[in-house]
Ligand binder design. Structure first.
Ligand SMILES: [Mg+2]
Length: 249
């Protein structure tokens, strides 16, 4: 199915449970990461041989590559946290910084910049009033649990699923199966809302779930496995409106 044949109003009438991705779907992880890296840059004059955004994007590139390796069980969580900083320092020819210290500063700064994606909070709460909802996220348990607490997510959700606890990372279908079992639903009754085509749409579609892709960058994969794509939350609410109205009490 390509984007031209994608239905304008998808059929979500069989949906009885909705899981959301967390980072960059509900919470603006990328902005928090970039801002935290600029804070780190400000605290360490050694890093200031390059512009702050260059430093932040060098880190983001290493982090992205190492997350792939972590997903494939090629590095541990500890190695990921060490290597994403050490690689960045090496590229800048800096050998005298202790990655553990910088990692701690980064984690503190990162959590201070957490914020919702625009309109996501209102839409998420509204959807949670009509459907049972959950969160399913790839991430470190100690970080994601702090986010759940910070944003009071357990107030709205039935299940909070973290890859580290489930033992598999998206797009592995086993984490989708695990989430389906928790929800007590068949795959066709589940909708997954997420921003990553490779993790969320591919994993969801392979698991037999419906998917709503938060495609903020206007990507156009071929084929496009998403049942629905949206770039602002009003569109997602619109796609569910018919079902939400018929369920209104
Ligand atoms: Mg995401």
């Amino acid at each position: 199915m390509d984007s031209i044949t994608q239905p304008v109003t998808p059929d979500f009438s069989s949906t009885s449970f909705i899981y959301f991705d967390l980072d960059d779907t509900l919470i603006d992880h990328k902005k928090a990461q970039d801002r935290a890296m600029v804070d780190v840059w400000t605290q360490y004059p050694l890093l200031q041989k390059v512009e702050p955004l260059v430093f932040a994007s060098e880190y983001a590139a290493s982090n992205h590559r190492l997350w792939e390796a972590y997903r494939n069980n090629e590095v541990s969580q500890h190695e990921l946290r060490r290597l994403r900083l050490e690689e960045t320092f090496n590229r800048l020819n800096i050998s005298s910084l202790d990655w553990r210290e910088v990692d701690k500063v980064y984690m503190d700064c990162y959590s201070r910049h957490w914020d919702w994606i625009p309109e996501a909070r209102e839409a998420f709460i509204r959807i949670s009033e009509h459907y049972p909802v959950g969160i399913m996220t790839n991430g470190f348990t100690f970080v994601q649990k702090k986010k759940f607490e910070h944003f009071s997510l357990n107030r709205y959700t039935r299940h909070l699923i973290i890859s580290e606890e489930a033992g598999h990372l998206k797009p592995d279908t086993r984490i989708f199966d695990f989430a389906a079992e928790k929800a007590g639903c068949r795959p066709g009754e589940l909708l997954y809302v997420g921003d990553s085509y490779s993790s969320d749409v591919t994993g969801g579609a392979r698991s037999g779930w419906k998917t709503a892709w938060f495609n903020r960058s206007g990507l156009n994969p071929e084929p496009n496995l998403a049942d629905f794509a949206f770039s602002d939350y009003g569109q997602l609410l619109g796609s569910l409106q018919k079902t939400m109205q018929s369920e209104a009490r």
